[in-house]
Design a protein around this ligand. Structure first.
Ligand code: GLU
Length: 940
């Protein structure tokens, strides 16, 4: 075989000169070929830049195979030309160049406008034009044949599926105009039959983001979806369906693209959605295996079906088309006259063209894409479709469709996948349950119930769901003694013993997976996770306390408050003394007072702080900025502290705090004797076993010892344990799942402490059971889909008195405010006080200068004088330092004392005279007019 191929770029073709060069090149190559190989027949293949390269390979392979039994004179020569997509000008020029070679047929191209251009040339020149693409407007031109199924027949197939699935409403998701046209027949069918449909374009903008459309679909609650899209976008669309939540068991998809199976759909096989697709190629056919092996020469899988399932429809159609065409050619008697060069600018045409097309139309052939037949108009009228479903494990063919007989169901659409001897389908199993709430319970009904109907509960529902998934039947039997099973004298008892003895195929209840049990039987993966915890009475209310008023603050807060009070009182005293402005003239009428007095004696400072703290105030009013600043900060501190105290006191008054007898296993053991608490677990259960086996933990060993010594505290049934916990001081070690169930119904009980371990419940099967993997997978599936949680909610929270105690949530308890809660305000107070001290220092220094200047003494002298009085803590009277006093400088102390004394005696005499406090009747205009005068003048 000789293959000649080249690439024509649009610019090249648009250029006339280049076009001519191309034609010369074609002629040259053709002549060369003929000279080298004698008389042969040119078959042209027009391929596009973006088309699958395997299509060219299939084209060449078909000719190669056809040439195998031919002599050189009758050999077929492939002329493959690559043209740009959607460029009719280039397509037409290329076809004209090819016709000049004397071609006997043209295959391709694939884009619509190119097809039309090529078709026009082929029709004018009467050269067979073979297509393998879906066409919206099937050509009725005499020279064309299309191997792609006739669109109305495909629509008929779609309708057959929809009727079989009984879809009374569905959504069409289409990608572009072409895909909408492809489904137009379906839309028409819906209109005629009254089926309600929604039609949505997947991605108008072409951004690859389909989520907006998918969200819209989710809002419509439409569960039946038909997707028509280009194969390259399919996986993205399905991924986005999954992201939007459109891939649950409720959703059904029908993918119309004939190549969906060639993509990796495995990520969606667990989605539980019903994903159905169609294909023309049967990947199990030996012929398909043979050809796909050659086409995928360098990437062949071990399993030929795997390779075959990668073969795309267009590639297979090209192969079939070329092969059928060459077969017909070889059967034509006048083959020698084939291959006449034709010029597009001449009116001549090829005489044999239509004969070949007619011969093809009336022939039948069986290719990679099944049986091939055409109707008079050149449309493919016979073809087969395989309908497959995506399930766990992969793709399974469930039905066949053919254009003459319609749909033929080979497997039930929702029939679970068979996976050999582990299949549970149609088998009946004996399932042993125990009557342990809520795992298995007798159903209450007015009429007599029989068989499986007699029982209800979590285990019953779970088995029902598993049976639905795996397609098995079951009969429940009840474990009479209610024992889950443990090893006694080397023999397994209870349900484990029944499974081991083969009297039951499965055991399901609150059956904990333990290492001992796992040696005796097989467990599925756990369907519930839990841990051992303690069931006990809710804490009782604490009796009222004599010192309840102190409860709003924690001890450290009270101490900090006291310290703050002392510090602030001392600050007032010290600041008052240092601050010059706080030394005031006792007789405002006397312009040049001989001495000054200070209101911040130690007693007054404490009294001022006390008045502020109790929010009562005092008549002492700070005068200077630093003392006012510290007062303000102290008031703010008091405001916050009192508000916090009041608020927390209110919550202490409305809540009753509880006394907890113990909070965990350690405190249970410590307080058990003190409070007379008994404890235990279900006899011979996994919880008892847990303590027995915990040899490395002293606490658990102590509990195990107690349990051995007190069989009366080891009930045989959870119910008895719950009653004991309710009626006495009894701590029942129980599994957290069952505790959760109990405290939903027994409002006086609660769970105490954390889980002591982590484990799970599983379904027990006989050792080496073939069903273990299937059941584990099914459990995982039910967990992923939320089905197990739904069943749990039903039996824990909704049925049989569930949710009774939901409203009776524990009272919120009030907690004393500790230092952490109020430390901010302490910092503010400290900051304010320090700032006050800094300010007072400035004032003090400034005053020294002022006094020194006024008294005409040295600064040092003034400072000495001030410090002397400042350190004289027992006196609140200070002589004014001036020129006069300077003379008496040596005896200031005596003078100040004398002045103090005189002030005191004057004050007393004023009071004995009954002068009023406003001072109006006082001689000398005495301004220290309040009762605080006494306090001021009475030095401590
Ligand atoms: N689930 C336990 C078992 O499988 C029974 C209850 C318990 O021991 O707390 O034995």
């Amino acid at each position: 075989m000789v293959t000649v191929s080249w690439w024509v770029s649009p610019s090249q073709a648009a250029d006339d000169q280049s076009s001519r060069t191309m034609i010369i090149r074609l002629l040259f190559l053709s002549i060369c070929c003929r000279l080298a190989h004698g008389q042969g027949f040119n078959i042209a293949g027009l391929f596009e830049e973006d088309s699958n390269e395997l299509n060219v390979k299939a084209f060449e392979l078909a000719i190669e195979r056809a040439n195998q039994n031919k002599d050189e004179d009758h050999a077929l020569i492939t002329l493959t030309v690559n043209i740009p997509p959607e460029n009719p000008f280039v397509a037409m020029n290329s076809t004209c160049s090819l016709t000049k070679q004397g071609i006997i047929g043209v295959f391709g191209p694939s884009s619509l406008s190119n097809i039309h251009a090529v078709q026009a040339v082929c029709d004018a020149k009467e050269i067979p034009h073979v297509l393998s693409k879906w066409m919206s407007e099937p050509t009725k031109l005499g020279s064309s044949l299309n191997f792609y199924p006739h669109p109305p027949l495909l629509t008929k197939a779609y309708i057959d599926f929809i009727q079989e699935w009984k879809w009374t409403t569905f959504t069409i998701l289409y990608e572009d105009d072409e895909s909408l046209l492809r489904l137009s027949g379906l839309i028409l069918y819906a209109k005629e039959t009254g089926v309600v449909i929604t039609v949505e374009q997947l991605d108008r903008e072409g951004t690859g983001n389909y989520r907006d459309t998918l969200k819209k679909i989710r809002r419509t609650r439409q569960k039946f979806i038909i997707i028509d899209c280009r194969i390259d976008n399919l996986i993205d669309i399905l991924i986005q369906c999954q992201q939007i939540g459109l891939m649950t068991h409720e959703y059904n998809y029908f993918i119309t693209n004939l190549d969906a199976h060639t993509r990796d759909l495995s990520p969606f096989q667990w989605s539980q959605s019903n994903i159905t697709g169609i294909r023309m190629i049967n990947p199990d056919s030996a012929y398909v295996h043979e050809i796909s092996k050659e086409i995928f020469a360098d990437q062949v899988d071990e399993d030929p079906s795997q390779t075959a399932s990668r073969l795309e429809t267009e590639t297979a159609l090209i192969f079939d088309a070329v092969y059928m065409f060459t077969d017909i050619i070889s059967k034509m008697a006048d083959i020698e006259t084939f291959g006449v060069p034709l010029d597009c600018y001449q009116s001549d045409s090829w005489v044999h063209g239509y004969s070949i097309v007619n011969f093809l139309k009336t022939s039948t052939y069986k290719g990679l894409t099944g049986p091939i037949e055409f109707n008079n108009e050149g449309f493919r009228s016979t073809f087969n479709l395989q309908i497959y479903e995506l399930r766990e494990g992969g793709i399974t063919t469930v039905a066949l469709w053919n254009s003459s007989e319609g749909l033929n169901i080979t497997k039930k659409f929702d029939e679970p996948l068979e996976l050999g001897k582990d299949s549970m389908r149609n088998k009946t199993f004996t399932v042993i349950i125990s009557l342990t709430d809520p795992y298995g319970m007798n159903k209450e009904a007015s009429e007599q119930l029989v068989g499986n109907d007699r029982y209800e509960g979590f285990s019953i529902d779970l088995i029902e769901e598993l049976a639905k998934l795996e397609g098995f039947n079951y009969t429940f039997v009840v474990q009479a003694d209610g024992k889950n099973g443990n090893k006694v004298n080397g023999q397994w008892t209870g349900m484990i013993g029944e499974v081991m003895a083969g009297r039951a195929d499965m055991a399901i209840t609150d059956l904990t997976i333990t290492s001992d049990r796992a040696e005796a039987v097989d467990f599925t993966s756990p369907f519930m996770n839990l841990g051992v915890s303690i069931l006990f009475q809710k804490p009782t209310k604490a009796p009222p306390n004599f010192f309840s008023f102190a409860e709003p603050f924690a001890l450290d807060t009270w101490i900090a408050l006291a310290v703050a009070f002392v510090i602030v009182s001392l600050s007032f005293f010290l600041l008052g003394r240092i601050c010059p402005d706080e030394w005031t003239n006792p007789y405002p009428c006397v312009e040049e007072p001989e001495f000054l007095i200070n209101q911040f004696s130690l007693a007054n400072s404490v009294w001022f702080a006390t008045g502020a703290m109790l929010q009562q105030g005092s008549e002492i009013a700070p005068i200077a900025i630093p003392t006012r600043l510290v007062s303000g900060v102290w008031w703010f501190f008091v405001l916050i502290m009192v508000s916090s105290y009041t608020a927390n006191l209110a919550s202490f008054l409305v809540t009753e705090n509880h006394v907890e007898l113990f909070t965990d296993v350690k405190s249970l053991l410590e307080n058990a004797d003190k409070y007379g608490i008994r404890y235990g677990a279900k006899a011979n259960g996994a919880t008892m076993d847990f303590f027995e086996k915990s040899t490395g933990n002293e606490l658990y060993q102590e509990i195990a010892k107690y349990m051995r010594e007190h069989p009366e505290d080891m009930p045989n049934d959870n119910k008895v344990g719950v009653t004991m916990a309710e009626e006495m001081r009894y701590a029942f070690f129980m599994e957290s799942t069952t505790i959760e169930y109990t405290i939903q119904r027994h409002c006086g009980l609660t769970i105490v402490g954390d889980r002591l371990d982590e484990k799970g419940y599983g379904i027990a099967l006989k050792k080496d059971s073939p069903y273990r993997t299937r059941l584990s997978l099914a459990i995982l599936k039910l967990q992923t889909s939320g089905e197990i949680e739904k069943i749990r909610k039903k039996w824990w929270e909704e049925r049989k008195g569930g949710g009774q105690c939901t409203g009776a949530a524990d009272d919120p308890s009030a907690t004393p405010l500790d230092l952490q809660n109020v430390e901010g305000i302490f910092y503010v107070t400290i900051f304010g006080t320090v700032l006050g001290m800094v300010l007072v220092l400035f004032e003090f220094i400034f005053n020294i200068f002022r006094v020194a200047k006024k008294a005409k003494v040295s600064i040092f002298q003034a400072l000495k004088n001030e410090i002397k009085f400042f350190l004289k803590f027992n006196s609140n009277v200070k002589p004014v330092l001036d020129a006069r006093s300077e003379e008496d400088e040596d005896e200031p102390e005596d003078k100040s004392e004398a002045q103090s004394e005189s002030l005191r005696s004057r004050s007393k005499s004023e009071r004995s005279k009954g002068t009023t406090t406003n001072g109006t009747t006082r001689p000398y205009g005495f301004v220290i007019s309040s009762p605080s005068l006494d306090r001021l003048t009475e030095s401590p």
